[in-house]
Design a protein around this ligand. Structure first.
Ligand SMILES: Nc1ncnc2c1ncn2[C@@H]1O[C@H](COP(=O)(O)OP(=O)(O)O)[C@@H](O)[C@H]1O
Ligand SMILES: Cc1ncc(C[n+]2csc(CCOP(=O)(O)OP(=O)(O)O)c2C)c(N)n1
Ligand SMILES: [Mg+2]
Ligand SMILES: [Mg+2]
Ligand SMILES: [Mg+2]
Length: 322
């Protein structure tokens, strides 16, 4: 398939967003700015770093590339609207592989009324998919990571460590329980966009999405906000099937990453409203800790066990260019 047939294949016949003026088909896309702030992010997925041909099929690569980007919009409290896709395609990729990849993106994109409005295609040696997303948010309700305050409750959506467990099962074949569930969580992570939008009524929520592991993301909130955060080890939600893993493997809940769940803080008085949003959108939410002032100490994150002993939770997790 040549470049032009690919563009014909992925081009939407109609657009869902009313702010679109021109999508695919000119030198650039045009959309009219609504009376809201525009939120934008880009994340890139590279063969042998983010996936291999044995851990993900083309459909999953597409699905997760867009889901991970929607996750960044959700972590800002933005409603998803548009995406652009830049793709480097090896010659071994067939037309049906590429079609499946775009179907994966379209599946999650259409679920959130998103339109694909452009991109770029080149040949190259490793499959690379770079997705740029745009979303809208009310000016007062963009959820920055520097807004956590002493006294806040800390919460997380879903269960952590599932994605790393699924990846382990794919790369270390064996006899596992709940294998289908864990592998699904790795390939097609939950998207928390509806939950994030449902929080719009709340005055202050701090959010971060968990791409590199909660240890890393919690430290990012603490540093940006100049506060200290304590997380209760036992409260961090894991799936029932997590018991089958060794103690070392269970650390995936802290450092595994790629769960794309939301970590957040909010005033304790708003806990009821948060639970309502969670109920309305079918989102599991767990309170896992609290925020306090760092005093004259540097901002940090602590993990507290059942005996109330606290250890520092360092900012380790997945990092590129080590
Ligand atoms: N190569 C780059 N050039 C410019 N900005 C970058 C680059 N890589 C990352 N950033 C910016 O650094 C910040 C952190 O990026 P990253 O850790 O990838 O965020 P996330 O984990 O939310 O995807 C973001 O503001 C991102 O836009
Ligand atoms: C084959 C394979 N090996 C390893 C991983 C694990 N992995 C790759 S990147 C990553 C961290 C998240 O990716 P990153 O590009 O840092 O996302 P961002 O923080 O920019 O959203 C993890 C845990 C994987 N998904 N697949
Ligand atoms: Mg990123
Ligand atoms: Mg993020
Ligand atoms: Mg990201």
């Amino acid at each position: 398939m040549d470049e032009f047939s690919l563009i014909d294949l992925i081009k939407q016949k109609t657009y869902r967003q009313s702010s679109i003026i021109r999508g695919i088909g000119d030198d650039a896309a045009v959309f009219r700015q609504p009376a809201q702030d525009i939120v934008t992010a880009v994340d890139t997925f590279v063969e042998d770093i983010h996936f291999t041909r044995s851990t993900m099929r083309p459909f999953h690569i597409g699905y997760r590339s867009l889901a991970a980007n929607i996750s960044d919009l959700s972590a800002m409290g933005a409603r998803p609207a548009f995406y652009l896709v830049s793709i480097v395609v090896p010659s071994t990729w067939s037309e049906s592989d590429l079609s499946a990849l775009y179907n994966g993106m379209a599946e999650v994109g259409s679920a959130y009324q998103m339109d694909v409005i452009g991109g770029d295609t080149t040949a190259g040696s490793e499959l690379t998919v770079s997705v740029t997303v745009f979303g809208y948010a009310s000016r007062e309700k963009v959820r920055y990571r520097h807004t956590a305050k002493p006294g806040d409750a800390v919460f997380v959506t879903g269960h952590l460590g599932d994605s790393a467990a699924g990846l382990h099962m794919l790369t270390h074949p064996g006899d596992y329980r709940d294998q289908t569930y864990f592998i699904h969580r790795h390939r097609m992570p939950a998207v928390r966009a509806n939950f994030s939008c449902e929080l719009e009524g709340l005055r202050r929520v701090t959010l971060n999405d968990i791409s590199d592991g909660i240890a890393s993301e919690a430290n990012e909130i603490a540093e940006a906000s100049g506060v200290t955060m304590t997380l209760y080890d036992e409260a961090i939600p894991v799936s029932a099937g997590f018991e089958q893993f060794s103690e070392a493997q269970q650390q995936w809940k802290l450092y595994g990453g790629e769960d794309f769940e939301l970590l957040g803080t909010l005033p304790q008085d708003d806990w009821g409203a948060l639970q309502e949003a969670a109920y309305k959108t079918g989102t599991p939410v767990t309170m896992i800790g609290y925020v306090e002032s760092s005093g004259r100490q540097a901002s940090s994150v602590f993990l507290e066990n059942q005996e109330q002993s606290r250890t520092r939770l360092n900012k380790q997790g997945y990092t590129h260019l080590k």
